[in-house]
Design a protein around this ligand. Structure first.
Ligand code: COI
Length: 363
């Protein structure tokens, strides 16, 4: 039982039925927002409280709020999926709740109890149920919980007031071109995270530090940027917001080990399980970029893909760098990549049995 009771303060919808239907017909990613949001506040004196579901809208924040100056902020990403019987489910929310707690510890923010995290997701989804796309599509309602330092104080120390919100956004494919092979730029200029830093936390600063790399990628006609480790600049870390996998000709699935500088992706972990289930040998290890590119060129690596909650599983068709370009496999979407993607989404949308018990019903 959740200690926080996310009571809805108003039932007046912000968006009319016709406009909502129009948005749901082609939501894109991260462009439209629902009618409501969940909120709770933490204070050093009173702990968590003030839980409510309120109309989605602008926040009132002091210009001296600590988050605006020192970036004390963390977030999560999950999806709510409509099943054929009309029910709505989310995927491994406890894993996201636990990661939010780990991120909170790293950013000196208060931990939100898992049951309160789950209650906040359910409260928003119940209030915004009409925003969950139909079961016929591969669309979902993207849930974005986030927490930030709201104390009006300019000294550098952990905030004594913290606000937590969950907003929701109907979502189609993360990439505008849909599930098409990505062109990935390997940056030799920027790194995403360093040893002892915040690389494993889901905090806004990691994403802010990826933006120049993304710009550099776009300048070279690429969709995404790949960061190498900051110390030796030789091994693969991750993309701007996705983990990376390679599949070898002899059926091994490889992904960078969790060294503390990459995000412990829930999708990443689920893929490792699904791959093991289908008899692939999986290895979490150091992946040296130059060796990976050699193996891509020789055909030893046949498929590569990126994964995350928002992007699901997206094939990588080509790498580009200052030294040249490398086509992965035939440059298209690999067979195993697409099979893993289908299996994961079939579980999420309730089209096949949830044998790992990964789904939680929200509505
Ligand atoms: C997610 O996949 O949910 C994320 O938070 C990553 C972001 C690039 C959208």
């Amino acid at each position: 039982m959740s200690a926080l009771d996310f009571t809805q303060t108003s039932t007046t919808r912000r968006v009319g039925d016709d406009e909502r239907a129009q948005i749901l017909a082609d939501p894109g990613f991260g462009q439209h927002y629902t009618d409501f949001m969940a909120h709770a506040r933490w204070t050093a004196e009173g702990g968590w409280g003030a839980a409510e579901v309120i109309p989605f809208g602008p926040l009132q924040l002091s210009p001296a709020a600590a988050v605006l100056h020192y970036g004390q902020e963390i977030f999560e990403g999950l999806k709510a999926f409509r099943h054929a019987d009309g029910s709505v489910w989310t995927f491994r929310p406890e894993a996201n709740g636990e990661r939010l707690q780990r991120s909170a510890r790293r950013l000196a923010l208060p931990e939100l109890p898992i049951e309160d995290f789950l209650a906040s997701l359910a409260a928003v989804t119940v209030a915004d149920e009409p925003w969950v796309p139909e079961a016929t599509s591969e669309e979902s309602l993207y849930l974005r919980p986030f927490m930030f330092a709201s104390e009006e104080f300019l000294g550098v120390r952990a905030s004594r007031t913290v606000d937590y919100y969950v907003i929701a956004s109907p979502a189609g494919p993360y990439f505008p071109r849909g599930v098409q092979p990505l062109i990935v730029w390997i940056t030799d200029e920027y790194a995403r995270a360093g040893a002892g830093g915040t690389g494993a936390a889901k905090c806004g600063g990691n994403y802010a530090s990826s933006l120049l790399g993304k710009n550099e990628a776009a300048e070279h006609g690429a969709d995404e940027v790949l960061f190498l480790d900051s110390e030796t600049h030789t091994s693969i870390d991750e993309l701007s917001g996705m983990n990376v996998f390679a599949i070898t000709r002899d059926g091994r699935l490889l992904t960078p080990a969790l060294t503390g500088s990459i995000l412990e992706g829930v999708t990443r972990h689920s893929i490792l399980r699904l791959a093991q289930d289908r008899g692939l040998e999986v290895a979490e290890q150091r992946l040296v970029m130059s060796e990976v590119l050699e193996q891509v060129s020789s055909g030893e690596i046949t498929e590569m893909f990126a994964c995350g909650t928002a992007a699901v599983i997206n094939p990588i068709g080509e790498f580009r760098a200052h030294g040249g370009s490398w086509t992965v496999g035939e440059g298209g979407s690999g067979e195993i990549t697409l099979a893993l993607r289908k299996e994961l989404t079939d579980i999420q949308y309730g089209r096949i049995p949830d044998r790992h018990g990964w789904l939680t019903r929200l509505v």
